[in-house]
Design a protein around this ligand. Structure first.
Ligand SMILES: [Zn+2]
Length: 81
């Protein structure tokens, strides 16, 4: 499965770079930026809880807030990988 995901990412990158002109340097810069968004440059991106409108912290995988029952704040599809 990981091999397939790697091939898929490579294919998407090839199409994007050919169509847009983005360079490998720009790709690497974005990777480093995203890696650092959780405060640690460790080639991973940890997703923390988000704040509900009631003030409670909601687990990234929760669909509703356990405290008030509101829908969980929207997340990126990448946050759930
Ligand atoms: Zn809540």
């Amino acid at each position: 499965m990981i091999h397939r995901l790697t091939l898929l990412c490579q294919s998407l990158w090839d199409l994007l770079s050919e169509a847009s002109g983005y360079t490998e340097e720009q790709l690497e810069a974005r990777l480093q930026y995203l890696d650092n968004t959780d405060g640690t440059a460790d080639r991973r991106r940890r997703v923390g809880p988000s704040s509900c409108r009631c003030g409670a912290q909601v687990n990234p995988r929760a669909k509703v807030c356990l405290y008030c029952g509101a829908d969980a704040p929207p997340r990126s599809a990448f946050d759930l990988i």
